[in-house]
Design a protein around this ligand. Sequence first.
Ligand code: ZN
Length: 278
Amino acid sequence: MIKGQKSVRGGIEDFLCPFANMYITQGSMQKTGTHRGIYANDVRGAQKGVKEAYYAPCTVKCVKTYPDYGQAMWQSTGKVRFANGRVDYATFMTVHDDTFDAKVGMVVPQGNQLGNMGTKGKATGVHCHIEVSQSADTSWTKNQYGIYHFNNEYDLDDCYFVDNTNILYGMGGSWKTTDKVPVNENPQPSGSGKNYVNLPPTVNSWAWYNIDASPVKKNAQGTLNPQKFGGLSYYVHEYRDNGTTAVIKGASGNMIKIYIKDTPAEITIDSYKYGLVN
Ligand SMILES: [Zn+2]
């Protein structure tokens, strides 16, 4: 991520990679050394020895500090979305910041500076040590090798989205950007604006259902043809089936339902893209 970056989808913050440049100098689950048996990464920036800033991956509160190590434990102020698709609290540790000014209770909004890479504590070379728990559990205990860690730690490529992170050395991790974990935002029609569903002209057959029927093939009552009309837009009266369908008014004035999840259908607020049917 870069300074000031935010990512919120469906009302939930995406947990972003706190680094603008990421060069991993020590990966997770090493056989020896300070990452033995733990999911932690040591990360330096573009240049060796330069104390690059890192940013709040989500809106966080400082819950513990260990100033001698330039170390702070942070927790998300709400549930966040991780790169493996899980939605839960994030509790994470950052270490080695020698410009350390974190205080317990301070809240840092997503995208604001959280600290700087450094050498405070037992650090070889300027870096940030980071490890992430996908839970609200703040337990910080030693494993069988005497290395401190969280419960519910996940490897970092399962934790953060790397949108705008320049990965210089990712140690072969399967790093994901937010577009790899799509979210069906399905805003409910409300005072915040009128919802429209837009069916693009690339599709020539879009099944519709009776509003109380399960939206499966055998229940299809007919099809709409967006292609024939250069795309079709409808006002959304409500969403059903856990947000996977939209209730619209059909051409003959009856209420019908169409399936919209993981389809080319696009929801817009207060404006529509194609000819409005109803
Ligand atoms: Zn480390």
